[in-house]
Design a protein around this ligand. Sequence first.
Ligand code: NAD
Length: 430
Amino acid sequence: MRVSIVGSGYVGSVTAACFAELGHEVICIDIDEEKVRQINDGYPPVWEEGLEELMNKHVGKNLIATSDYDYAVQNTDVSFICVGTPSSDNGEIDLSIVAAASKSLGESIASKNAYHTVVVKSTVVPGTTEGVVRSILEEYSARKAGETLGLAMNPEFLREGRAVHDFLNPDKIVVGSLDRRSDSIVSGLYRDIDCEVTSVNLRTAEMIKYVNNAFLATKISFANEVGNICKRLGIDTYQVMDAVGRDFRINPAFLNSGAGFGGSCFPKDVRALIGSAKDLDYYPSLLESVIEVNELQPLQMVEILEDKLPEIKDKRIAVLGLAFKNDTDDIRESRSIPVIRKLLEKGADIHAYDPLAADNMKKVFPDITYASSAQEALEGAQACLLMTEWDEFRKLNTEFDSMDRKLLVDGRYLLDPEELEDVEYEGLCW
Ligand code: NAD
């Protein structure tokens, strides 16, 4: 099929490259000319394992990028909206980018003769596709959804860093649609993937995505709360959760205590669901607590540090890990951000290192020192905070010898203190 993908960020560029891999003809649309140029040169605009290979393989053949909506809509049958849906200042979802993309699509569809289907892949609160998106599309295309305009919602569940793998090997594909024709067009795009398609209505598809993320975030905050209690009781929470996770009703995934969740999805999606619930006069106390635990969690790293090093001012502190998780350059809502902010408030001299995310973090904290290796960040430091679960940090050992004081606060249970000689080791929850 011929598919256009609106937005070339993490979701859009992975969706585009994977649909190309599945044999479809794909056109990426982005308003960012730099991203358009990068894609047409065969380079992905974001880092994702395996993405560069797919782009190299398909760009110029069945994958191109443009900023021209008319060209993309005329030359494709279905358009996926993959633009950002950030939190607004009050925590509710900001749909302005989805609205702008819907308007541009509607205007281009207006000058096309054939049937066209629009699919929302961005994460949007229930009611958005059949409310905001549908009304904008109908207004600007002068068509009626369900007649010459198809409308669907196809949430994305990929994990950043593993996005290409997850797209091609999903454990579920959800298609919400207004009508049967849209459902069969969108489901048909996934025909060559070995996974059953769950067909539902638009609102249910939107809700499935939120509930999925809210449940995973709840598991993490639950594990962190248990970890905080275990720390005070002198119990290793990892031993506790290892046993608890063996219960098939619970499952071991997402029970690792640590510095909390970040990224572009969990925090904003839980907040958006909270906002939707409150709009309907329901106070979601459990979800509010999930966010509260997550806000307090990284700051406990600083509290543990201050217990050991009461005067942080002018002390050199190594922060290892800036990405919100390993295998990505994404720093959105990274738990390193509140930690660095708190350390700066206290006058620390921060030397940070991350294998991929330093350039992105420089936009948030231009004035801290960025090292080109963990070893360089550790040299002469009074303490080290381990923030992201990068594999290369698991191998750290003699590198700590170059510190002024070998004090390590591990926020991700990456290192075994028994393997480290003369290191003052403190785990966040263990
Ligand atoms: P992103 O911010 O990385 O990318 C958005 C892209 O859209 C950017 O390249 C931007 O230039 C482009 N854009 C903005 N306005 C545009 C317009 N009017 N027309 C064309 N392009 C435009 O976002 P993302 O992380 O890929 O997330 C996209 C959506 O997918 C969000 O709703 C997010 O919640 C959801 N999602 C993200 C993930 C993830 O892991 N990142 C996973 C599942 C779902």
